[in-house]
Design a protein around this ligand. Structure first.
Ligand code: AMP
Length: 455
C-alpha cells in the first residue's frame, strides 16, 4: 500500500514525500481509511509506530475542506498526557500540514504563560494540542469555543489514565459537540481503557498493531546486576566512555536524582543535562533542543519528562534505576532504535529490583540476559531460582496501575519526590554530596534476592 492509495489530499501527500516516508506504517494503513470514512477508532499503538501521522493525516484531510460552522475555535483537539508529547505532536502537525493553506496549530500546555496562551486563543485556531489540566483552566474561563470541533484525539490515553486525568478528559469531552469523531490511542487496550472508550466513543473500530515484542526487536537489551550506587556510577562511567555511544538517555527514579546525576556527569566533563517535571517549560525546551542539535550527549531524565522524545541519534538508553511500571520500560527503551535504527538498552538492577525485573520480563515476553563487564562484576549474585527464569512467554498481563483520580501529576508520581525532604540544595554537587547520596541510597540494596558470594 502507498500513501497515494489512502485518499489523502495532494498537499498532504506532498509533505509526506518531503519527509521521505515511502509507505504507510501498519497503524497508518489500518487507521487512516477508517478515519477518513468518519468512524471512531480505538487503537493500540505506541510511540515509534507512526501513530501521530495515523491520526494527524486524516485530521489535516478534514481541514482541507472549509469548516461548516463559522467561528474561531478548534476543529481538531488533541489531548496528550505530557507537554513534551504535545510539542512533538504540534511539530509533526506543522510538518504534515505545511502545504495546506492557513492551518493554525496552537499548543496549550501547563507551565506556560497564561498571557501568551490567552493571546493565542483569541485568534482562530484550527488544531489545538493540549494537556488536560491547563485546557480545563481555559475552558472554565470561557476562552475556548468548541462549536466548530469535528475531531477529538486522546493520545496515549493509558498514560492520561495513569496520571489521573480521567475526570479532566471526560469534562473536556462533555463540552465538545456530540457528533464529533473521537479517536483513542493507547499502548494497551485493557478493561479500563474499554470503559472510557464506551463513554466517549461511538461504535469504534478497534485496531491493534505490533506487540511490545515486535517493536523491541531492533533494541539489544542488557542487564547489569549492581551492588550499590558507587557500582552503578562505575558502570555508567564505563558505558559513557564507549565511542559507539552517540547520545544516551539515562533514566533515574526521581527528579532529584536526575538533577544530581546530571550535575555529577557535567562535573566529570560530560555534555550532560537533566530533564524532569520540576523544570520550567523554557528549560525543558532548551534542553531538548540541545539534545536534538547534538550539543547534549547525555540526557538524565525521569519517565514523564522523557516520554515521546524522538531523536534519531540516541544509541543508548540506560536505566540507572529501573522504572516502577513495566510499561515505562518499553517507553524508555523505545527512545533508542528510532526509525528502524538499532539501539542498546542497558538496565542496572539491584536486589530490591527483582519484582520489577520480573514484571518487565513478563510484560515484554523477553528475558534480559545479565551481562558482566570484566573488573566490574557484582559481588552479589542472584540466588538460583530467583530471576533465573526461562523466557516468560505469557502475553501482557495488565499490571496494577496507579488509578488515582487526582488531577495532579505530582500526586501520582510522588515516588519521584520521595527524597524531597533530604537537605540537598540544588546546584553543582560535590564529592561529599555523592558520598552522602551513596550512603543514603545504599540502604536500598539490603533486601532481596542476592546471596552473598564466597568472599
Ligand atoms: P510516532 O510513532 O508518531 O512517534 O512516529 C515515530 C517516528 O516515525 C517519527 O520520527 C515519524 O517521523 C516517523 N514516521 C511516521 N510515519 C512514517 C512512515 N510512514 N515512514 C517512515 N517514518 C515514519
Amino acid at each position: 500500500m502507498s500513501f497515494e492509495d489512502l485518499n489523502l489530499h495532494p498537499a498532504i501527500i506532498k509533505a509526506i514525500n518531503d519527509l521521505g516516508y515511502t509507505a504507510p506504517t501498519p497503524i497508518q494503513q489500518q487507521a487512516i481509511p477508517e478515519l477518513i470514512k468518519g468512524h471512531d477508532v480505538m487503537a493500540s499503538a505506541q510511540t515509534g509506530t507512526g501513530k501521530t501521522a495515523a491520526f494527524m493525516l486524516p485530521a489535516l484531510n478534514r481541514l482541507a475542506t472549509p469548516a461548516k460552522i463559522h467561528g474561531r475555535g478548534p476543529r481538531i483537539l488533541v489531548l496528550t498526557p505530557t507537554r513534551e508529547l504535545a510539542l512533538q505532536v504540534s511539530d509533526a502537525t506543522n510538518k504534515y500540514g505545511k502545504y495546506l493553506s492557513r492551518v493554525r496549530v496552537v499548543s496549550i500546555l501547563g507551565g506556560m504563560s497564561y498571557v501568551l496562551q490567552n493571546k493565542l486563543l483569541s485568534q482562530t485556531v484550527d488544531i489545538l494540542v493540549a494537556t488536560p489540566g491547563r485546557l480545563i483552566d481555559h475552558i472554565q474561563r470561557g476562552r475556548i469555543d468548541f462549536s466548530r470541533l469535528e475531531m477529538l484525539v486522546l493520545d496515549e490515553a493509558d498514560r492520561m489514565l495513569d496520571m489521573g486525568f480521567v475526570h479532566d478528559v471526560e469534562s473536556i469531552a462533555s463540552v465538545t459537540p456530540s457528533n464529533r469523531q473521537t479517536l483513542l490511542f493507547s499502548a494497551t487496550l485493557d478493561s479500563m481503557i474499554d470503559k472510557i472508550a464506551a463513554r466517549l466513543l461511538k461504535s469504534p473500530k478497534r485496531i491493534q498493531v505490533a506487540s511490545h515484542r515486535a517493536k523491541l526487536e531492533n533494541i539489544e537489551q542488557r542487564l547489569h546486576y549492581v551492588d550499590d550506587l558507587s557500582h552503578k556510577n562505575r558502570l555508567l562511567d564505563h558505558l559513557l566512555r564507549d565511542q559507539s555511544l552517540k547520545q544516551a538517555i539515562v533514566f533515574t527514579a526521581t527528579k532529584r536524582d536526575a538533577d544530581e546525576l546530571a550535575d555529577d556527569l557535567a562535573a566529570q566533563g560530560h555534555e550532560a543535562g537533566a530533564l524532569h517535571g520540576d523544570m520550567s517549560q523554557r528549560e525543558r525546551t532548551r534542553t531538548l533542543t540541545k539534545l536534538r542539535n547534538g550539543r547534549l550527549r547525555i540526557l538524565v531524565a525521569t519517565d514523564v519528562a522523557a516520554r515521546g522524545i524522538d531523536v534519531a541519534d540516541i544509541t543508548h538508553v540506560i536505566n540507572f534505576d529501573l522504572p516502577k511500571f513495566a510499561e515505562d520500560y518499553v517507553h524508555r527503551i523505545g527512545r533508542t532504535g528510532r526509525a528502524g535504527a538499532s539501539g542498546i538498552a542497558v538496565s542496572f538492577a539491584s536486589g530490591k529490583d527483582s519484582i520489577s525485573l520480573k514484571r518487565i520480563e513478563r510484560f515484554t515476553g523477553h528475558r534480559i540476559t545479565p551481562s558482566v563487564i570484566p573488573g566490574m562484576e557484582p559481588k552479589f549474585k542472584p540466588r538460583l531460582g530467583q530471576n533465573d527464569g526461562k523466557s516468560q512467554r505469557t502475553p501482557h498481563v495488565a499490571h496494577k496501575r496507579n488509578r488515582s483520580w487526582a488531577s495532579n501529576e505530582k500526586n501520582v508520581f510522588n515516588h519521584a519526590d520521595s527524597n524531597r525532604n533530604s537537605p540537598h540544595k540544588y546546584g553543582r554537587s560535590t564529592a561529599n554530596d555523592s558520598r552522602k547520596r551513596s550512603f543514603r541510597r545504599s540502604s536500598q540494596f539490603n533486601s532481596g534476592i542476592y546471596a552473598e558470594s564466597s568472599n
